[in-house]
Design a protein around this ligand. Structure first.
Ligand SMILES: *Cc1c(COP(=O)(O)O)cnc(C)c1O
Length: 398
């Protein structure tokens, strides 16, 4: 009998066995040194550790992180998973594992901004050519080159949640001899499953919904069996590992992922529909809204939405977006998302996009809707809208 994903997540990762009864959760095993019974046993373990997952040294993982790897593999539906100290490290290591100097990487215009900066900076300095393609993938054919080795995908995209047709994009990339790596942080493995849609590699910032409590940094990369070896070899070469305490926190977070996402979705949808009717709001970006240009692909490929949504203000006053965010009392001002609490952030889309022209639109307000009561969040937004309508009134009179 195959159980559904929420059921499997409640039971995944019980890979540690001890004599007697078993704990519900994997224990935190702190270790750098691992002891062997004999030189021969150690030699044998070292000979096997590049191809098998063995507990041989702390930098190669520990039983707590192995348990989390298994849970993430369940979530992503892949072959195996490696853990990284942050989501950005996971993205950087993924690109470095598959692309060599002289080769070319394509990234979507809607990519998470630090990955854009990595592509524009470090990768180019290393002789790896990088280009950005339209977030919907429409210009992919024109941008693929003979030396393109990797097509990076982020769907839905950062800040404005653009979708691409991943199965079609993956088919074109594969026909061209390129691999496809997807940043699945938005989908968290429950709302979107890139490996089932044709990607070879799926990575996530576990810092966001997997951890879920704004208290741990981690990245995960899960691949298909065919492309596993370069990823795991790169992680070993760079000594990429996570502490067992952090692995424990993420494992614990994942147990409630489905329940949390359902609540984030319900509240975010309520607020998205409310914003749509608000006279101060120009655009609302959320692929679950029927008017959103990404809605059809979202409906086809996603299994729900999360707590993220963005919007622009109708006000042309340049100070309005910043004033709006400053006026919020329940929403914290801070980067990241995926925790239990609501956050607001201003995004400068002119810096975040190079293919799409955002110059004529004002700054985007990005909200993460947390687990607070939605009525309280709407009251908070309401008083901030009142505050900005007052600055407009002042400006019109002066
Ligand atoms: C936050 C984020 C990352 C990076 O994760 P960190 O753990 O903060 O380094 C990568 N991709 C996306 C889409 C993100 O939102």
């Amino acid at each position: 009998m195959t159980y559904s994903l929420p059921t499997r997540l409640a039971h995944a990762g019980r890979t540690v066995t001890v004599p007697g009864g078993q704990p519900v959760n994997p224990p935190v095993v702190r270790a750098s040194t691992v002891l062997f019974d004999s030189v021969a046993q150690q030699r044998e373990a070292r000979a096997r550790r590049d191809t098998e997952r063995l507990f041989t040294y702390g930098a190669r993982g520990n039983p707590t992180s192995f348990a989390l790897e298994d849970t993430v593999t369940t979530l992503e539906g892949g072959y195996r998973t490696r853990l990284f100290p942050s989501g950005l490290a996971a993205a950087a290591m993924t690109i470095l594992a598959y692309v060599r100097p002289g080769q070319h990487v394509l990234l979507p215009d809607c990519v998470y901004e630090p990955v854009r900066n990595l592509a524009d900076g470090f990768l180019r300095q290393q002789g790896i050519a990088t280009d950005f393609y339209a977030a919907d993938g429409s210009d992919l054919d024109a941008k693929l080159r003979p030396e393109t080795r990797l097509v990076y995908v982020e769907a839905p995209g950062s800040l404005t949640y653009e979708m691409c047709d991943l199965p079609a994009l993956a088919a074109r990339a594969h026909a061209h001899g390129a691999l496809v790596a997807a940043d699945n942080t938005w989908g968290s493995g429950m709302l979107y499953r890139p490996l089932a849609l044709g990607a070879d590699i799926s990575l996530m910032a576990a810092t966001k919904y997997l951890g879920g409590h704004s208290d741990v940094m981690m990245g995960t990369v899960c691949t298909t069996e065919a492309v596993w070896q370069p990823l795991t070899a790169m992680a070993d070469a760079f000594g990429m590992c996570v502490s067992p305490d952090d692995a424990y926190l993420v494992q614990r977070g994942i147990r409630s992922l489905g329940a949390r996402l359902a609540q984030h979705e319900a509240s975010a949808l309520t607020i998205a529909h409310w914003l749509l009717t608000h006279p101060e709001v120009a655009d609302v970006f959320c692929p679950a809204l029927p008017h959103d240009p990404n809605h059809a692909l979202w409906q086809r490929d996603c299994h729900g939405t999360n707590g993220l949504l963005s919007f622009t203000l109708r006000s042309r006053a340049p100070v309005a977006p910043e004033h709006f965010v400053d006026c919020l009392r329940l929403f914290g001002i801070g980067a990241s998302w995926g925790g239990f609490e609501s956050l607001a952030m201003l995004a400068d889309m002119r810096r975040a996009r190079s293919v799409t022209d955002w110059s004529s639109r004002c700054a985007v307000v990005r909200l993460h809707i947390g687990l607070e009561a939605v009525t309280d969040l709407i009251s908070d937004l309401t008083q901030a809208f009142v505050a900005i309508s007052q600055i407009e009134a002042v400006e019109t009179h002066s």
